[in-house]
Design a protein around this ligand. Structure first.
Ligand code: 0RA
Length: 683
């Protein structure tokens, strides 16, 4: 059964500038702010203005923060409204423009926001949507309306936080236009020239009073639009970056998430064609694309109503349960698993799998720390049965692929057994006594982990300075020599033979997870990673500010991401920001600059003779005092907390650079040639 959808055929997109001539005013009531001057508030309008005023007073309550994240979230919110129109089947074209003045336009060819007078509010529907918190739903937009998390706060929040916002609606045979400033309409909705088109254009300028001086990151727009294009194969998305004078880009992937899986595996060696299936029951739609490759990492992306559910949830667990069951059943039936053999665990069947699970449902519940975990219990059984049926049918029809997948799972099962023994050994060693803490670790005296910090320092010489510059009461230092390991190429049991890695695990005290996704998930293997044993609540990665340093940092983040992910999820991992320059002026003035620009600013400011500038080629060239002042002393240093997204990006770059395929690596290095002049990529 297919999900019911209205089939209003989208017309040509509305993407041309609007002329504001021959206007007709719609709605008899006057607008919010100007009527305030005239003293004509109605009770409803007072409530409206109070609502938007609350948003301006405490923006973080509505959009998370007023930094780059919150700023970019405004765009997501406006875009989501148009995507909802597409989800409901009324729109197949969404254009985004980042303008020179850093205003943003989102243009769709949907039904257009209603412009007739709302019976209760006595104002045009579009004005109500733009000025009332959470008004969207009231209009029976219905369909797969997103709820929870930061998403779905409503376009009125964007309006409240914009210096100005202009909405243009093509509907009921005419163009309509209204402008708002800081959330309040500056004039009533105007009816403009006739048109046969339909659709909505929202253009807004984020308020500098709220966000300070900002600059949008075009890559953020591109990333989201690409993602949406995979998830909504019927919709064409375009992005025009006028701000940076870039030509229009079009995103359209007619094979949807199957194409996304292909893309994700472009740097891998797949062992069969992408498997895709889609089914719908009880008004919930389930789509899955999957492909095994010869490597052993698992890459699982899950979505609910176009939201990337980073923390997974019921759809993902339904998928994993079905996959494990079906593969075990097939393996038993085909005699590939004998009576005496243990069943495959979830981890065994996930090794070397790339899969995308996308569900669409009517009332999604988002849970978890970042509200990116799907909570609807009914979805678990539904995905389980849909995937179970479709995948077992696929295996029956493709016995040679089935055999390859099961052979992979058998290898994974054996390797995990070997890794378990290796991890046990490391654990037993470190459990013996504290004397077996790695010899290179300069530990701190404090025993309360919540007060303790561990600095992972590149190289012995920097390690020496760090040991001298630290506060030994609560700061420990572990110097790491050169390249630690390549988790992309070495299996875990091999990785555990690496001395640097063993020192790191022992120093941290947590043990290590045995599945390559770092998550405490299926099976008993996750019991190996125990965050309650963590000996330092702040782990600071301290590497040189050059490409080699960046490489080592990426190696470490990838390791944490794969085998100790809760460290990142719980905010224990930080990156030090050592400066590039030291400026000494006279006898007692000293400054540090993180880059050339900051150096110039400092030099301009001090305008003194007798200025001495030192460029640090690496941490090793900094003395203990420099290190303490800039990277270690909690009062003065700069460190940044690693977010899961950073780690995921690190992992992606890493898989391109360190994976087995040469071509993508060559391409990446060529594209980043400027940054990567003198690296030695053999590791
Ligand atoms: C409520 C009702 C209807 C359309 C919309 C909202 C709508 C909102 C946005 C926001 C951006 N683009 C949009 N497109 C449509 C239409 C109800 C109907 O025509 O039956």
């Amino acid at each position: 059964m297919a999900v019911k959808r209205k089939t209003g055929k989208p017309e040509t997109p509305l993407a041309e500038p609007i002329e504001t001539q021959g206007v007709e005013v719609i709605g008899e009531t006057s607008n919010g702010l100007s009527s305030a001057v005239e003293g004509e508030y109605t009770a409803e309008q007072l409530t409206v203005l109070k609502g938007l005023e609350a948003v301006r007073r405490r923006p973080a309550m509505y959009i998370g923060d007023t930094g780059a994240r919150g700023l970019h979230h405004l765009f997501i919110e406006v875009l989501d409204n148009s995507v909802d129109e597409a989800l409901a089947g009324h729109c197949d074209h969404i254009d985004v423009i980042l303008h020179k003045d850093q205003s943003v336009s989102v243009i769709d060819n949907g039904r257009g926001i209603p412009v007739d007078i709302h019976p209760e509010e006595k104002r045009p529907g579009v004005e109500v949507v733009m000025t009332t918190l959470h008004a969207g739903g009231k209009f029976g937009g219905g369909g797969y309306r997103v709820s929870g998390g930061l998403h779905g706060v409503g376009v009125s929040v964007v309006n409240a936080l914009s210096e100005w916002l202009e909405v243009t609606v093509a509907r009921d045979g005419h163009l309509h236009h209204q402008r708002y400033e800081r959330g309040a309409p500056v004039a009533p909705l105007k009816k403009l020239k006739p048109t046969t088109k339909r659709g909505t254009t929202v253009r807004f300028l984020a308020d500098r009073q709220i966000f300070g001086d900002y600059r949008y990151d075009p890559n953020f727009f591109i990333k989201r639009l690409r993602e949406l294009a995979y998830l909504n194969p019927n919709v064409t998305f375009t992005f025009t970056d006028e701000l940076n004078d870039k030509p229009k880009q079009t995103f359209k992937f007619s094979k949807g998430i199957a194409q996304l899986v292909e893309e994700l595996n472009a740097t891998k060696d797949p062992i069969h064609k992408v498997v895709y299936f889609r089914n719908a029951r009880e008004e919930t739609e389930v789509e899955v694309a999957l492909q095994y490759h010869t490597g052993y990492q698992e890459t699982l992306l899950s979505y609910a109503n176009n939201i990337h559910t980073v923390e997974g949830g019921t759809h993902l667990s339904g998928f994993k349960t079905a996959l494990t069951r079906v593969i075990n059943q097939y393996a038993r039936k085909a005699g590939l698993l004998k009576d005496k053999d243990a069943n495959f665990t979830g981890d065994d069947v996930l090794e070397g799998l790339t899969a995308v699970i996308a569900v669409k449902l009517l009332h999604p519940q988002f849970e978890g720390q970042t509200k990116t975990k799907l909570g609807n219990l009914e979805v678990q059984g539904l995905v389980n049965s849909i995937v179970g049926e479709a995948f077992s049918e696929y295996l029956e029809r493709n016995p040679s692929v089935a055999r390859k997948i099961i052979e992979k799972a058998l290898t994974a099962q054996r390797a995990r057994e070997a890794a378990r023994r290796a991890a046990e050994l490391v654990k037993r060693q470190s459990a013996l006594d504290n004397a077996s803490l790695p010899g290179k670790l300069a530990d701190c005296t404090e025993r309360d982990p919540s007060k303790c910090e561990l600095f992972l320092v590149e190289g012995d010489s920097a390690g020496g300075s760090a040991k001298m510059g630290r506060d030994r009461r609560f700061q420990a230092v572990l110097p790491l020599r050169g390249k630690i390991l390549n988790v992309e190429k070495a299996r875990l049991d091999k990785a555990l033979e690496n001395e640097e890695i063993r020192a790191l695990i022992t120093a941290l005290g947590t043990g290590i997870s045995l599945n390559a996704n770092g998550n405490p998930s299926s099976g008993e293997s996750d019991s190996r990673f125990d965050i309650s044993k963590l000996r330092y609540h702040r782990i600071v990665v301290m590497t040189d500010a050059d490409v080699d340093g960046e490489h080592i940092r990426t190696l470490l983040l990838t390791f944490f991401f794969r085998y100790m992910r809760p460290l990142i999820e719980n905010g224990h991992v930080y990156i030090a920001q050592p400066p590039l320059f030291r400026v000494r002026a006279g006898k007692d003035e000293q400054y540090y600059a993180k880059d050339e620009q900051e150096l110039e600013e400092i030099l301009k400011k001090i305008k003194k003779k007798n200025v001495q500038v030192t460029r640090f080629k690496g941490l090793g060239e900094m003395n203990a005092e420099d290190l303490a002042d800039t990277t270690m002393d909690p009062e003065k240093r700069v460190i940044v907390q690693v977010q899961l997204e950073d780690a995921m990006e690190a992992e992606r770059i890493f898989s391109v650079l360190m994976g087995d395929k040469v071509e993508p690596r060559r391409k990446f290095i060529e594209e980043h040639a400027k940054e990567t002049t003198d690296i030695d990529w053999h590791c």
